[in-house]
Design a binder for this molecule. Structure first.
Ligand SMILES: Cc1ncc(C[n+]2csc(CCOP(=O)(O)OP(=O)(O)O)c2C)c(N)n1
Ligand SMILES: [Mg+2]
Length: 596
């Protein structure tokens, strides 16, 4: 029987670490009092009455926490890039805009806000998919796009990079942003910039700022910076939602918290950990929120996602609980294991920044943080529970198995053995992300993946965003051969910046995930000699591994070095992780296709 009331007194160093950093990657970085103070909403009188537009734009972004920009210039954007260069923000030129978008997305998840700078349409529309992903998964990215000038637009000419009208790009961005603007009016430019940046920070979603090249140098009046008016919960609604939730918690025999991704985005994981500790409630995560709550916390039980759960014990525990507290959770087909999750509304409380639902009752006008704070402060008698998998940590590698061929299951096990709190695992789409559900480190490694939008090509560029946002984290990229062929050349930027991620290419000769669902020639890709990429970009080291021992040695060697490492793993075409095997079977059933 497990009974954990206080963990602060633990003698286990791993547990003490969890107590110090109880809130997932985002919190740790912004929890730095110095940065939090520097990034407070600026006062109106801290700016001169007028400034050149470009100077104000990047100064405001800097004061709101942006330290790096990812992108690629173009003629319409050159004057904007010149202001960026003069600012305190470091500009990182990437090989291709989609990669800039993924890097900025990962950076924003950790830093709390990020920036992409591109040129009109050819750049802006290239980065669109990554920004759509940032919208879907709530990542606060500011997109600044250079654009044709005010004068250029007068007679509606056919100008290079224009698609249909001069409004086309902004209108497309309307679908993937919470605020957008074209800075054609100098009088309103400052207040428009402030409106967009503040919306990005408030909603944790992308915004779009279009900067005509002949306006960016103009002197603009600095207006529109007003102090933040905090949004408040309706007191009576909050009390009613709380009463109903607490009576369910009191009555429940078996309770569990499903910690969601909004806990990381809104820096509120520590409230949920506190609540769990006071009430002695076990915590599960989902794929999108993995690592938001420390995985080495004694109350943590693993990743839940129906058939995609980290193990059957977690699945059974969550599905047999009579109360599931879903806090900050996105209920997506992916995180619910393609509808294999069994959670019915009668036994759930769902609290997000958008709503609080207790069983079938829905409460509006409640601030997420207020609800969590009230729960964390509530008095509830702790209940004993039986930890479903107290020995979930990976088994050490034995000497006798070192020469065995490497399987996907072992990839995640061996990697887990090498991780600690200085590591951030970034998983791309493919078996990299499905298998990563099973990563469990004894020492609180971080985890990032586009686990809802699921766009391939995320991980290698994201490692640049992670490395720049949190210098003390070393990225460990897990990427399939297919996804690597999309954005792997970003290693070129990694080498130029002197960063040192460890990039693990899972080479199973093609689109393994697709093959599991439906076989066809469309799943064939060209076999590359992945380890030669270091020669191409003229930097880093590489290894090829096909046994467990070789992978283990390659990781140790990479960890000792300060350069980027590419480890190519030779995986059998037919081999997949347990999670992918289960999920693919479900999808085949749903879609009626056969695996050959
Ligand atoms: C941008 C994008 N295009 C296509 C897909 C569909 N898709 C999902 S997994 C996958 C195959 C991934 O292949 P690979 O990277 O080799 O990983 P594996 O499945 O072999 O582990 C494809 C094509 C996607 N998710 N994103
Ligand atoms: Mg593959």
């Amino acid at each position: 029987m497990t009974m954990i009331r206080r963990i602060n007194s633990s003698t286990d160093p791993a547990v003490r670490e969890a107590v110090r950093f109880p809130t997932g990657n985002g919190d740790r970085v912004l929890a730095s009092p110095a940065l939090a103070k520097k990034t407070r909403r600026p006062q109106a009188d801290s700016f001169p009455p007028t400034m050149p537009l470009g100077q104000f734009l990047f100064e405001y972004l800097y004061r709101r926490g942006v330290r790096h920009s990812f992108g690629l210039p173009g003629d319409f954007a050159l004057p904007t890039f010149t202001w960026l260069e003069k600012s305190k923000i470091r500009s990182i030129t990437m090989t291709h805009e989609p990669a800039a978008g993924f890097a900025a997305d990962a950076y924003s998840r950790i830093n709390g806000i990020g920036l992409v700078c591109v040129t009109y349409c050819v750049g802006g529309l290239n980065v669109l998919n990554a920004i759509a992903g940032a919208y879907a998964e709530k990542s606060p990215v500011v997109v600044v796009s250079g654009a044709p000038g005010r004068k250029d637009r007068e007679k509606d000419p056919l100008l290079h990079h224009k698609v249909k009208t001069f409004e086309t790009q902004r209108r497309i961005y309307d679908e993937v942003t919470v605020a957008n603007t074209v800075l054609l009016d100098e009088q309103r430019a400052a207040s428009e910039i402030v409106r967009c940046v503040e919306a990005c920070l408030r909603h944790k979603r992308p915004v779009y700022i279009e900067v005509p090249h002949d306006v960016v140098d103009r002197e603009i009046p600095i207006t529109g910076i007003s102090p933040r008016v905090p949004e408040e919960s309706d007191r009576h609604t909050l009390e009613a939602a709380l009463d109903e939730t607490l009576s369910l918690i009191r009555a429940a025999k078996k309770r569990v918290i499903l910690a969601g991704v909004e806990l990381a985005r809104y820096r509120t994981a520590r409230l949920v950990v506190r609540m769990a500790e006071r009430m002695n409630i076990p915590i599960a995560a989902d794929l999108l929120s993995k690592s938001a709550v420390p995985e080495n916390h004694p109350l943590y039980i693993g990743v839940y996602g129906g058939a995609m759960s980290s193990d059957e014990h977690v699945r059974k525990y969550v599905e047999s609980a009579d109360l599931v507290l879903m806090l900050g959770t996105f209920i997506t087909d992916m995180s619910m294991g393609f509808y294999t999750a069994k959670l019915d509304r009668r036994r759930t409380v769902l609290a997000t920044t958008e709503r609080v639902s207790v069983q079938y009752h829905r409460y509006d006008s409640i601030q997420f943080r207020d609800f969590l704070e009230a729960l964390a402060a509530a008095k509830i008698k702790p209940k004993r529970f039986k930890h479903p998998n107290p020995h979930a940590l990976p088994k050490p590698l034995k000497n006798v198995e070192r020469s065995d061929p490497l399987t996907m299951v072992d990839v995640f096990r061996i990697l887990s053995l090498h991780l600690d709190q200085r590591c951030c695992v970034i998983a791309d789409i493919g078996d990299a992300i499905f298998g990563a559900v099973g990563i469990r480190s004894a020492r609180q490694a971080q985890f990032i993946a586009p686990a809802y939008y699921m766009s391939m090509g995320f991980a290698v560029p994201a490692s640049i965003g992670v490395a720049l946002a949190a210098k003390r984290l070393r990225p460990y990229v897990l990427v399939g051969d297919g996804a690597f062929q999309m954005t792997g050349v970003e290693i070129s930027t990694i080498v130029r910046l002197g960063l040192n991620p460890i990039i693990i290419v899972l080479n199973n000769d093609g689109y393994g995930t697709m093959r599991r669902i439906r076989e066809g020639c469309f799943n064939i890709i060209t076999q590359w000699n992945y380890s030669k990429i270091c020669e191409l970009v003229r930097g880093g080291d590489s290894t090829v591994a096909s046994t467990k021992g070789e992978f283990d040695c390659a990781l140790s060697r990479a960890q000792k070095s300060d350069r980027v490492h590419v480890i190519e793993l030779k995986i059998l075409r037919s081999d997949v992780s347990d999670q992918l095997a289960r999920i693919a079977a479900e999808v085949r059933k749903m879609r009626g296709s056969k695996k050959s």
